[in-house]
Write a protein that binds this ligand. Structure first.
Ligand SMILES: *Cc1c(COP(=O)(O)O)cnc(C)c1O
Length: 396
């Protein structure tokens, strides 16, 4: 049975690795050499867990959604990452990485952000640890995620709007990498998803693996067994999905079904469904499925959801998808909107637009569910930041 563990040089099967410019070799190598020892140290574990508990508010609840369950004919539990401090799963990773940065003696933090959740989480961690923070964010996203931009500023971060490409997440990553190349000695780049050069994809997955660690005992408490029949999550770069499945990757009893952003539909070209339409390429330091033309130019992604608007997917997910271990369905903007309004109506929970893509898997999978099937679906974030978009689409 395959466990999808990372190899020493950062590969999950054929995907991953570390394709970086010469100038970053030393800083990335140092991180590769040190991250495991630091993460395994007693000191780090204690500090990280204390923060997750008392600052983030973990464990996040595993909530039995009875009305949703009734509608879809199975037992649906929601893993409530939306209830974390700052409103999404991103804070787990930002706190872990900032502890690592401090232990490595770094004095300046940079990051990229799409929906702004990773920017807010990192700005929060920087305020807490008294470190300066620069957030790169596509100018389009600065517009559509205003409340998060204001939060980052109030938290003391410098937000740099990026004007290249279609001014979204990919372009913000490019700019953050450029900054890192200029300041490799003192700067730590906190990447917000399971992407980037080795060791980032594995490091981020491990920071987020607290999600599946909790699911294990929470589902045991509720159902008397420590695994569900289905795990579901949305997938942008892949971090909340990686955290959700981490302890179940090799457990074939568990079906893994993920949602990527279909945009207006994969056949329209206006999409961010990198696994379903991508081909093997290299983006931001890692070999993965990338949306690209035949001669390797990146195709600009499109999704209503800023957090899923990325033309690649982390390497672990690429290998799992290729092997058929995970099923990844493209979900359209409209399906996600419908799912968001449905959850709000049935359960009184307004999800982030990203998470709404995961919820839209339920109608797609309805015919497969049996009455006693246990489904655990991660609600990666809350919808406050998306109210502007929701209000535009509300039907009375
Ligand atoms: C960033 C974000 C995502 C997408 O990123 P992953 O790394 O794929 O998890 C999903 N949901 C929310 C709420 C986010 O903020």
């Amino acid at each position: 049975m395959k466990n999808y563990e990372v190899s020493k040089d950062g590969y999950y099967g054929e995907f991953g690795g570390s394709y970086i410019p010469e100038i970053l070799h030393k800083v990335v190598y140092d991180l590769q050499e040190q991250y495991e020892a630091i993460m395994n140290s007693k000191d780090f574990k204690e500090e990280f867990h204390a923060l997750l508990k008392d600052y983030v508010g973990r464990p996040s609840p595993l909530y039995y959604a009875s009305r949703l369950s009734e509608k879809y004919g199975c037992k649906i539990y929601l893993k409530r990452e939306d209830l974390n401090h700052t409103g999404a799963h991103k804070i787990n990773n930002s706190l872990g990485q900032i502890l690592l940065a401090k232990k490595m003696g770094k004095t300046r933090i940079i990051c990229e952000t799409g929906a702004g959740q990773h920017g807010v989480a990192t700005a929060t961690a920087c305020a807490l640890m008294n470190l300066p923070c620069v957030v790169y964010m596509g100018a389009t996203d600065v517009e559509r995620q205003k409340p998060n931009v204001e939060r980052m500023k109030m938290l003391g971060a410098t937000v740099v709007p990026v004007q290249s490409g279609n001014k979204t997440l990919k372009d913000a990553c490019n700019e953050a990498i450029r900054d890192w190349c200029c300041n490799p000695r003192d700067t730590f780049y906190i990447i917000g998803s399971t992407m980037g050069p080795h060791p980032y994809p594995e490091m981020v997955a491990r920071m987020q693996s607290v999600i599946s660690e909790e699911i294990k005992w929470q589902i045991k408490e509720k159902e008397g067994r420590d695994y569900p029949d289905y795990l579901m999550a949305c997938i942008g770069g892949g971090s909340n999905a990686a955290g959700t499945i981490y302890h179940y990757k090799g457990d074939e009893r568990v079906n893994i079904v993920l949602a990527e952003a279909g945009g207006l539909g994969v056949e329209t070209g206006e999409t961010a469904a990198s696994l379903n339409i991508g081909t093997v390429g290299i983006l931001h330091g890692s070999k993965m499925y990338v949306m690209q033309t035949e001669d390797g130019q990146i195709i600009e992604p499109y999704s209503i959801s800023a957090g899923l608007d990325y033309p690649g997917v982390g390497p672990m997910h690429c290998q799992m998808f290729k092997d058929g271990r995970s099923k990844v369905l493209p979900i359209t903007d409209q399906e996600a909107l419908d799912a968001a309004f449905e959850l709000t109506k049935l359960e009184g929970i307004i999800p982030a637009l990203e998470s709404a893509h995961a919820l839209a898997l339920l109608p797609r999978m309805k015919d497969k569910f049996k009455k006693d099937d246990v489904v655990v679906l991660t609600v990666s974030g809350r919808g406050d930041k998306d109210m502007q978009t929701y209000l535009k689409h509300i039907k009375n």
